[in-house]
Write a protein that binds this ligand. Structure first.
Ligand SMILES: [Zn+2]
Ligand SMILES: [Zn+2]
Length: 143
């Protein structure tokens, strides 16, 4: 059942940080929508898990404000609003052609629901996994 029409790939997705300083948009079709339970996401966001989707970097456009970037590990950069702290993106150093965006920084996160759950080996015990979605103990590519 399709309840949203965002799968067409031409529909604009817009979002930004909590305080409104940063705004972005993308007209790409999201891929790799996931709830990530890795320890880096948990600690960087102080959240039990983080929902992400991926788009080509060339289709991710900042329209207002300038995020602060920092190396959250030796293989990736995260960006956040320097005023309110909302995490906006994650980008691996070895794949600069794509960027992960925090689903909940979208104005309408319900348009990009998670399709699976990743890195669940490190999830906190009091989070109940969604039985409707595939589970990957590590990365999706690890099976
Ligand atoms: Zn902000
Ligand atoms: Zn993660």
């Amino acid at each position: 059942m399709t309840t949203h029409s965002a799968r067409g790939g031409s529909e604009l997705l817009e979002g930004g940080c909590y305080c409104g300083y940063i705004r972005y948009r993308t007209n790409a079709t999201p891929s790799d929508e996931t709830n990530c339970h890795c320890t880096d996401c948990r600690r960087a966001q102080a959240a039990a898990f983080v929902s992400w989707f991926t788009v080509p970097t060339s289709r991710y456009h900042l329209t207002e404000g300038e995020p602060t970037r920092f190396a959250s590990s030796n293989h990736a950069m995260r960006s956040f609003c320097p005023r309110c702290g909302t995490t906006l993106s994650f980008q691996r150093n070895d794949s600069p052609q794509e960027i992960d965006i925090t689903t909940c920084s979208l104005d309408d996160p319900e348009r990009v629901p998670p399709r699976d759950q990743t890195r669940t080996l490190t999830k906190v015990v009091w989070i109940e996994l969604d039985s409707r979605l595939p589970v990957y103990a590590r990365a999706r590519s690890d099976g």
